[in-house]
Design a protein around this ligand. Structure first.
Ligand SMILES: Cc1ncc(COP(=O)(O)O)c(C=O)c1O
Length: 415
């Protein structure tokens, strides 16, 4: 295939020689599991985010991090956690792992994130019914930031903890940033303190380093807590409920067999091979973010005149993990899946974020839900598609994506 007809995949990690060297260094060190690399990754990540290292834990996935976060904050069987259905399976399954129940709250019209007004109504309703919500889990879908300050105020009013699912949002900062302060490197001292990285200002925040995410370790994640107590609990639960790190067991003075199991913990540690990749990716996070923002800016400019589309929210600092288009179904003659098939035919890979959880058999049947129960999520699902956006996407590929989208819109435009 010539470069002009090669299929453009929906996502692709940006990995180079530095990552390869980092992996080799660990392979040759004789120590493969969690130790110094993971600890340094935690330290560097914490320092990048401006939070304490004691509060930061490298984990095997964001799913593991969300599970640990809820457990450490005290979610137990029978509790309730508010989350929108417009998210990936992980956000709600971790609630069920603990025997608690998700209380779904619809997303806001025109956006993809939990609706703050509906969340407030839900917190009020649950509280009046004597079944208060233990925690809320805002998901920054695609890296588009939730209004965290407002959500924290609502949670505080009802005594709920806040666990941010920041799987998509690294390294975006909380809304309210001064113009140009979207990431550390772009922020000059004259602007004053930059706002916090999304996911770091609540009771807990969880980042994903899954293969398609803004920085990747293949599989992995980072968990950041507000309090040292919660972090200490999660640190023990991260590795079998053992009260001593494995590196210390084999390199400390005391015998390796001397440890106590203080709880039935999990196996959620991040191995050093992956942490070494993460350390390199973290150093490249600003460069990646700039490239994603440049691609987003190109799409926004060159798709703006198409009546058949609504462009994603873009007035706030964001990570641009996803570029989610909405089809205006009144202005096209076909459904979203036909558009996806036509783009694939033109050599452009796309995806859908998300099929809402209340449509999934497990949640639908367990909680007796129908599509109309969360109409904004249901509607978004039917008209959304995500375009390729990642640092390795060349300018030529970005232009081809735009041409393909424009041509498909023309072909299916309602007269
Ligand atoms: C919104 C959201 N939350 C959580 C996760 C879980 O991340 P991980 O694959 O690192 O467990 C994902 C993964 O794609 C996600 O999209």
């Amino acid at each position: 295939m010539s470069p002009s007809t090669e299929f453009i995949p929906f996502a692709r990690p940006s990995l180079g020689e530095a990552e390869e060297q980092a992996v080799l260094r660990v392979l040759r060190s004789g120590w493969l599991t969690t130790a110094r690399e993971a600890e340094q990754f935690e330290q560097e990540f914490a320092s990048y985010c401006g939070v304490s290292h004691n509060h930061t834990l490298a984990v095997s996935s964001a799913t593991a991090g969300l599970h640990l976060a809820l457990e450490a904050l005290g979610v137990r069987s029978g509790d309730r956690v508010a989350v929108s259905p417009y998210t990936f399976a992980a956000s709600a399954e971790v609630i069920r792992y603990l025997g608690a129940d998700p209380v779904f709250v619809d997303i806001e019209p025109g956006g993809f994130n939990i609706d703050p007004a509906k969340l407030l109504e839900t917190l009020e309703r649950q509280s009046e019914a004597g079944s208060p919500v233990h925690s809320i889990m805002p998901v920054h879908v695609g890296g588009y930031p939730c209004p965290v300050a407002e959500l924290r105020r609502a949670a505080e009013r009802y005594g709920a903890a806040v666990v941010e699912d920041a799987a998509h949002s690294f390294p975006a900062r909380e809304p309210g940033a001064a113009h140009g302060a979207t990431h550390g490197a772009a922020h000059s001292a004259a602007d004053g303190e930059p706002p916090a990285i999304l996911g770091t200002g609540s009771d807990a925040g969880v980042f994903s380093f899954y293969a398609t995410k803004t920085i990747t370790t293949g599989e992995g994640g980072m968990l950041v807590f507000k309090t040292e107590d919660a972090a200490a609990r999660a640190r023990v639960m991260r590795l079998h409920g053992i009260d001593r790190p494995v590196w210390d067991r084999y390199h400390g003075r005391a015998a390796p067999h001397e440890y106590e199991v203080v709880a039935p913990g999990y196996k959620y540690n991040l191995p050093d091979i992956l942490a070494a990749i993460g350390r390199v990716q973290l150093r490249r996070a600003e460069e990646f973010n700039r490239r994603r923002a440049a691609i987003a800016a190109y799409y926004l400019e060159h798709l703006a005149d198409l009546d058949q589309l609504q462009l994603p929210p873009h007035h706030l600092p964001q990570s641009w993990h996803l570029f989610i288009l909405r089809l205006d179904r009144a202005r096209v003659t076909v459904d979203r899946d036909t558009v996806i098939a036509a783009l694939a035919e033109a050599g452009v890979g796309t995806s859908v974020h998300y099929k809402p959880l209340h449509l999934m058999p497990y949640y639908r049947d367990r909680y007796g839900l129908s599509p109309e129960d969360f109409p904004v999520s249901w509607d978004a699902y039917q008209c959304c598609l995500s375009l390729p956006i990642y640092p390795q996407l060349s300018d030529a590929a970005v232009e081809r994506v735009v041409e393909a989208v424009r041509s498909v819109c023309r072909r299916y435009a309602r007269a």
